[in-house]
Design a protein around this ligand. Structure first.
Ligand code: NAG
Ligand code: NAG
Ligand code: NAG
Ligand code: NAG
Length: 461
């Protein structure tokens, strides 16, 4: 299993033989340097209106816990399928309810997919600050950590000691009558007015039937030794999922409860991250980045503002190139459903005709290598025994002309498989997965309604 996991590492990041024809020759045998994306290029403010915290892959050697018990690639893909169906059904529910003229803001029930989340940051909570390692999710709205007291079987196992509100001098439970409690909308889980326990309850229901719920609360969130967010609203929760390791979740979605929205007066509704490959040392999450002259080199595209997709960061794709050649015959209408940029999903889902055109061109370019069946993805290669592998470059173009050249091979292939799939029809919601985002600084600027992709160059360590 370990061998399987680390196979991905063996064709990492040596951009030898980068040729102009749109192909990259990747040696499989050479020792591979790490790609490190440890500093945000747009994060140049010195006055704490920006902050950058390290971010790591939770299944990699640099994770804050050590384990050999990581899920297999197959298992990760299965979890991803759950996430995918949750996201797309949420996005289509949004569209359906808009047609019905009912509410258009739908809460994020990212489903049993919490376990599919792969990136973690370590923050401090409370006074004195207690270290908590939390999953990062652009598809979630309510942040939470597990809190003490927690009876036997009530909490999932986690990495750090449970956050104990009674030991924090800045902790406050939100009363039922508070605006914050009302803002929870569908995440609200009732109150007990008129009793001593007038605390606002929240719950996040997952598709597998489990619940993460508890008391909606506020406390001081410490991002670095000098950067804090006061009165940060989060759920003091018990999480029913058996598997754990992480202590909670940091929600980076677009609804008012997310960290990005809550801290918008401080960080102006902008953030960026660099997601490292599994084996890379560290990436970053930066809050407060802004459009400035130092976005030079960033490919910028408009961020969708449709209320139908209010919880998500949505962009529009317009084209694909494989091996330096633009795929012809892709109809723009196929992309009309928009593309959600997701930090949590591994595989990119494209509208059917676009996916099929990409697959055909990619397979043609990879014809020298044997296709092998894999339960979940349909374009996988057995690269065993090849010293060098010639991989076509893949470029995605977004509205406004922003074009990103995906990292070869780490942004295209995982375990020999092309990390794209069919989203289930033309015009359906597409999702840009996190493998494609690797080695870019991905910038989300809600105040300027822009998303940007900045290349991060591999540094030889
Ligand atoms: C922090 O930086 C921003 C952007 O340059 C500037 O507008 C603001 O005045 C600065 N604040 C302080 C306290 O220097
Ligand atoms: C609790 O009381 C507040 C303020 O009076 C009210 O707005 C809210 O609807 C009540 N909640 C319930 C569940 O009765
Ligand atoms: C992959 O190729 C190698 C070398 O040709 C072979 O030994 C191995 O059985 C192949 N594996 C699969 C899964 O086809
Ligand atoms: C293939 O790999 C070998 C050994 O790493 C290297 O010497 C050779 O230059 C590579 N060939 C190409 C075309 O890059």
């Amino acid at each position: 299993m370990l061998l399987f996991l680390f196979l991905g590492c063996c064709y990492s990041i040596v951009h030898a033989g980068d040729d102009e024809k749109g192909f990259v020759v990747v040696p499989t045998s050479s020792f591979q340097p790490e790609t490190v994306c440890s500093t945000a290029r747009v994060n140049l403010e010195q006055n704490h209106s920006t902050v950058s915290v390290p971010l790591v892959h939770r299944h990699g050697p640099w994770a804050p816990w050590q384990s050999t018990d990581w899920p297999s690639f197959r298992e990760m893909l299965r979890r991803n399928r759950a996430r995918s169906s949750t996201i797309t059904s949420r996005a289509s529910r949004g569209a359906a309810s808009a047609r019905d003229d009912k509410k258009v803001v739908i809460p994020s029930h990212i489903g049993d997919a919490v376990d599919s989340l792969e990136y973690v940051v370590t923050v401090g909570l409370g006074t004195p600050a207690v270290r908590q390692t939390v999953l990062l999710d652009t598809g979630s709205d309510v942040s939470w950590v597990q809190c003490a007291p927690c009876g036997a079987g009530e909490c999932s196992s986690q990495k750090d000691p449970l956050f104990d509100p009674s030991r924090s001098s800045t902790y406050r439970p939100m009363p039922c009558s508070s605006g914050a409690c009302r803002d929870l909308g569908a995440y609200g889980n009732g109150c007990t007015n008129g009793t001593d326990d007038d605390r606002c309850r929240f719950a996040i229901l997952y598709e597998d039937g489990t619940v993460t719920g508890g008391v909606y609360s506020s406390d001081k969130l410490t991002l670095t030794s000098v950067d804090t967010v006061g009165n940060f609203l989060f759920g003091c929760a018990h999480d029913e999922r058996p598997s754990g390791k992480y202590d909670g979740l940091l929600a980076l979605g677009r609804l008012p409860m997310s960290l990005v929205s809550q801290a918008s007066s401080q960080y102006r509704g902008a953030f960026s991250y660099c997601l490292p490959a599994v084996n890379s040392r560290s990436g970053f999450l930066a809050l407060g980045v802004r459009m400035r002259s130092d976005t030079t080199g960033f490919a910028l595209t408009p961020l969708g503002t449709s209320p139908l997709q209010a919880p998500f960061y949505v962009v529009t794709m317009t084209g694909i190139a494989v091996g330096g050649k633009q795929l012809v015959g892709l109809r723009l209408s196929a992309f009309a459903g928009g593309m959600i940029i997701d930090s949590g999903k591994v595989v990119t889902a494209l509208p059917s005709t676009a996916y099929r055109a990409l697959r055909t061109a990619f397979r043609k370019a990879m014809a020298p290598y044997p296709l092998v069946p894999n339960g979940h993805l349909d374009t996988c290669y057995n690269l065993t025994g090849h010293k060098n592998v010639t991989v076509p470059k893949v470029a995605l173009t977004f509205s406004g002309g922003a074009t990103i050249n995906l990292d070869v091979p780490n942004g295209i292939l995982v375990e020999g498989c092309l990390v794209f799939e069919d989203s289930g029809g033309d015009g359906s919601v597409a999702v840009l997965g996190n493998v494609n985002q690797r080695n870019f600084e991905v910038l989300y600027d809600t105040s300027h309604s822009k998303v940007g992709f900045g290349p991060i160059h591999a540094e030889m360590m």
